[in-house]
Write a protein that binds this ligand. Structure first.
Ligand SMILES: Cc1cc2nc3c(=O)[nH]c(=O)nc-3n(C[C@H](O)[C@H](O)[C@H](O)COP(=O)(O)OP(=O)(O)OC[C@H]3O[C@@H](n4cnc5c(N)ncnc54)[C@H](O)[C@@H]3O)c2cc1C
Length: 414
């Protein structure tokens, strides 16, 4: 693979950029693979990448019904943080956050990781107590966060109104090494690295059925024909229930639309990410200057990758209280993605009732930040049948009553 570097850019500039290679191949599917991953979002691609890098399994296909990164991976608001309450969550999200720190170098692809800091505002006394508890838990877990007072919040975010009419800012949970990254670059970087290892990233290839021989998977039927495999990873976010149904089991997942919007670009005015979970909205500023704004999920199940007007209104109305200056901004565009929600708001990384099928889903409104760590854990699970990071997130925890309750850290926040 051609390496990207300052010298490569200079060389190509001299020859009118005619020498760049394609970043990844577009091969036809082979008849058989050791492992097939369904879904070329960040989690599917990261799973394939770590299967190759950590476990030497490279006869792998990643099948995508649309274009890679076209699902939630290319639709999210890119917040990265690891300030979760429960130990298994802190472990996998912090692993992930730490992998983001070196991802551009590891993949030789600039994913624009920007550890600018993330504040989760405490706007009720209940939230103050909740976030102080999380800060203490994070200290024990080795995750660096702190509870800060309103004056520090104002210093970090000068445009904030800390004396809001309904919900004054009482403090915040601050993670200085949280931040953002360029979402589609994460998918493209992994796709390029997978292709370079000899894996096949196959777009426009929808899985339409799962083939089984008794209790074991044997392959998949796709819009490009049947493909056999020994192991199958289902990593399709909002469509996890659909794929599980094809395989003959049920998942405790609900699919709902989650929406976001961006404003017209303005001069730099906010260099941290702010989440206001009580009023129900969050905001950061993109490198282009747009204010990137996210709100809540729809209250009903659906598969429409669209937004709805009442959400824009509710989210903007909520944020105007805390950031009065945004009332003067024009909103540019709005979109939606289908997120996969579990009852305890924690993901599922698991073996399934079908031998050889593994599932990675349930990241709900907050899985972008988890992409590298989830891929690491899922690859280990697929290669070895067990993984310290993934094991607590088995789908069977719902039957066994071992919930990993993250409703405070992940119910609204992303
Ligand atoms: C508006 C919005 C804002 C968000 N904000 C944040 C945030 O700030 N921070 C954060 O951490 N997370 C956020 N998230 C959540 C995050 O985007 C997701 O958790 C994450 O991207 C999931 O990645 P994935 O790879 O599992 O799924 P996806 O990227 O959705 O990939 C799944 C892929 O599977 C493919 N697929 C489905 N069915 C089939 C089939 N039958 N055959 C082949 N392919 C199939 C789909 O086309 C899709 O490309 C947000 C989500 C949304 C929608």
């Amino acid at each position: 693979m051609q390496r990207y570097s300052v010298f490569a850019v200079a060389r190509e500039a001299l020859r009118f950029h005619k020498g760049w290679q394609r970043a990844w191949r577009s091969p036809a599917p082979k008849k058989r693979y050791d492992a097939i991953i369904v879904g070329a979002g960040g989690h599917g691609l990261a799973t394939a990448y770590w299967l190759g890098r950590n476990h030497g399994i490279r006869n792998v296909a990643i099948l995508e019904k649309g274009w890679l990164g076209g699902g939630n991976t290319g639709r999210n608001t890119t917040i990265i943080r690891s300030n979760y309450l429960q130990d298994p969550s802190a472990a996998i999200y912090e692993k992930s956050r730490s992998l983001y720190e070196t991802m551009s170098q590891d993949l030789n692809y600039n994913v624009m990781f920007s550890p600018r800091g993330v504040i989760m505002l405490a706007q009720t006394h209940h939230e103050v107590r909740g976030y102080q508890r999380t800060a203490h838990a994070n200290a024990l877990q080795g995750v660096t966060t702190e509870f800060i007072g309103p004056d520090r919040v104002k210093k970090l975010v000068p445009i904030i109104n800390i004396h809001g009419p309904r919900y004054p800012v009482l403090g915040g949970l601050w993670q200085a090494r949280g931040g953002t990254a360029r979402h589609d670059a994460v998918a493209w970087g992994y796709a390029r690295a997978c292709s370079d290892m000899g894996m096949d990233v196959i777009q426009q290839c929808e899985v339409t059925a799962i083939r089984r021989d008794g209790g074991r998977v044997t392959g998949v039927a796709t819009t490009k024909g049947d493909i056999a495999c020994d192991k199958l990873g289902l990593v399709v976010a909002g469509h996890s229930g659909v794929l599980a149904d094809m395989a003959g089991f049920r998942l405790p997942i609900e699919s709902v639309a989650l929406q976001a919007l961006v404003s017209e670009p303005i001069k730099p005015c906010m260099d941290v990410v702010v989440m206001a979970n009580t009023v129900h909205g969050y905001m950061s500023q993109s490198d282009k200057g747009e204010m990137v704004i996210g709100g809540g999920a729809d209250g009903y199940n659906n598969y429409t990758q669209r937004g709805s007007f009442h959400h824009i209104e509710e989210t903007v109305r909520a944020l105007v209280e805390t950031f009065p200056m945004i009332s003067r901004l024009k909103m540019l565009r709005q979109w939606g993605g289908i997120v996969d929600m579990t009852g305890d708001r924690s993901p599922i990384l698991s073996k399934t009732p079908v031998d050889g099928i593994f599932v990675n889903c349930g990241w709900g409104t907050g899985g972008f930040k988890a992409i590298p760590g989830s891929g690491w854990a899922m690859a280990e699970l697929m290669a070895k049948g067990t993984s310290p990071l993934a094991d607590p997130f088995s789908m069977f925890r719902f039957r066994e009553g071992r919930f990993i309750d993250e409703s405070v850290a992940a119910g609204v926040a992303h």
